[in-house]
Each structure stands twice: as C-alpha cells, then as structure tokens.
Write a protein that binds this ligand. Sequence first.
Ligand SMILES: Nc1ncnc2c1ncn2[C@@H]1O[C@H](COP(=O)(O)OP(=O)(O)OP(=O)(O)O)[C@@H](O)[C@H]1O
Length: 219
Amino acid sequence: MPLTDPPAQPLLEARGLRFARNDDPVFGPLDFSVDAGEALLVQGDNGAGKTTLLRVLAGLLRADAGEIDIDGGAAGPARRARAIAYLGHLPGLKADLSVLENLEFLCGLQGRRRGQLPEHALGIVGLAGYEDALARQLSAGQKKRLSLARLWLSPAPLWLLDEPYANLDLEGIELVNRMVQAHLRAGGAALVTTHGAYAAPPVRTRLLAMTRPVAERAA
Ligand SMILES: Nc1ncnc2c1ncn2[C@@H]1O[C@H](COP(=O)(O)OP(=O)(O)OP(=O)(O)O)[C@@H](O)[C@H]1O
C-alpha cells in the first residue's frame, strides 16, 4: 500500500473571526484558510472591512472573537514576526534615509530572503539607479515600489497585501502580479485586498467576499 504524506497545515487559518468597533460590527464571523502556494483575494466595497481584517491578522488590532492559526499554531507575536510581511496603505519608510539605506535598515530588522540582496531587489522593482535618492524625494508610485522591494526581501512566507496596486502604473501592476506568482511558487502565500478582480494575480486563488454585517447596515 503506498504511503501518503499527512495533509499539510494551512499557512493561515481563521475560525469564527469577528471584529467590532464600539459594539458596531465591522466583519465576521469569518472562517477561511490559506495554503502555501495559494492566494486569498479579499474583495469588498469601500468600508467593507478589508483593511481591518488584514490589521487583525497582522496583530495590529485585537479580534473580538475567533482564533487565528499560523502554520498550525496559535498566532502570537513571535509566530507573526516570523511568518508575516505586511504591506499597508502607508509606505513605512524612513524619509531621510536613502533608498538603499532603507532596505539595509529593514534587512537588519527582519532578515532577508535567501540569496536576495537589496541592490537586486531594487532592480526587480524598477528602482535601479535610485540607490542614493532620499526616500522623501520619491513619487508615490516609486515609494510603493520601494515598499515592494522590502516585501520581496522579507523572509516571511505569508504576505498580507492591502491594495498593493494603488499608485502603480500598468507595468507596476504586472510587477506585483509577477512577485506574487514567484512568491507562491517558492512556497509562500498571500492575502490580497482589492475592490474588484481587475488586477487579480494569475495564480491559484480563493475568494473571500466581504460585506458589512447586517446589524450595522440597519443602524
Ligand atoms: N481608525 C478607525 N476608527 C474608526 N473607524 C474606522 C477606523 N478605520 C476604519 N474604520 C471604519 O471601519 C470600517 C471598515 O474600514 P476598512 O478600512 O477596514 O474598510 P476597507 O474595506 O478596507 O475599505 P476601503 O476599500 O475603502 O479601503 C469602515 O466603516 C470605517 O469607517
């Protein structure tokens, strides 16, 4: 009889996850999981709770109910720090450091993906030649690209990407999709928020459709 591998744990699993502000429900209860090699597309209208969900998963907000497992164990600070790379609305850059210094600083904090160097990441995101520019001198799209270089350098397997296409031109949108594809091929996973499917990465994708809970609509 052939031996079969035990089923792998999902990289991320949420059970009964719920969040409210001042007793006003924002989302949930939600149940979903994301396997290695898979993207979860989080879709919903403005205010549906997509950013709030990603912030809860990243540990920046506390859920009112439910459980989050990462790699088969309860999500705590150490597990999150090791497993999660978060790309939020704000670039989170040091304005007075150069482009290269920003990446070197972050690699010092978070470590880096095996075999990848800051200079290489800048080439991937189209910022070769900007190494010595100060971060505050970059355009919004260039700042986004620098954040993407940081994401690419992170050794974390689980990417939480909040509207990663914002501020990017068409070529930048394709860049995000190529990065997500390569990350998934390497065994990572990604949650990607978007308003529509217009820029969904062409990878194995599950969909999580978010709508405001009924109680709040009635309010
Ligand atoms: N800091 C905050 N304080 C109070 N309410 C907030 C705060 N941030 C968000 N909200 C509210 O929580 C709800 C969900 O917001 P959230 O930003 O998660 O939605 P979203 O789906 O990401 O929206 P968008 O597509 O516009 O980015 C909204 O009603 C919003 O007004």
